[in-house]
Design a protein. Structure first.
Length: 142
């Protein structure tokens, strides 16, 4: 992956997992946060973009929009068995997001389940500018 696209890493939180995602702009950060969430659920190397799903969410500000976005992706996983391979943010404001998610139904014969994420939380939640772009921190309940 091109370093200019951003990235993600995990940080330690007692009994939970923290995600730090970064990128040159907000859509890149939200994409990286989605990729991080999916990698907590299923080994992402085995996921293929076989299906496209439109996703739209709203929040009161950038921070709550990130939680709404990730919780919607978790909802799709829990209710439809959809695991994402990647996504593209089509439009975004501080309070709304519209995206396309490419993924497939979880197939336990092909996909290794990594862990169970119960919810995306507001604990340590922050979305903001950095010297090199944007960054988000969010904690997920595992």
């Amino acid at each position: 992956m091109d370093q200019h696209e951003g990235g993600f890493e995990f940080f330690a939180v007692t009994a939970d997992t923290g995600i730090r995602a970064w990128g040159p702009d907000l859509p890149a950060v939200f994409r990286q946060a989605a990729r991080a969430l999916w990698s907590l659920l299923v080994d992402s190397t085995s996921v293929e973009p076989r299906k496209t799903v439109g996703v739209s969410v709203e929040g009161g500000d950038r921070d709550t929009l990130l939680v709404a976005w990730l919780n919607e992706l978790l909802y799709l996983y829990e209710t439809q068995g959809l695991i994402g391979a990647d996504c593209a943010i089509r439009s975004m404001t501080d309070m709304s997001l519209s995206a396309e998610v490419w993924g497939e139904a979880v197939d336990r014969a092909r996909h290794t389940i990594v862990s169970h994420v119960k919810a995306v939380t507001y604990h340590q939640l922050h979305v903001g500018r950095t010297a090199s772009g944007w960054e988000a921190r969010v904690v997920v309940d595992v």
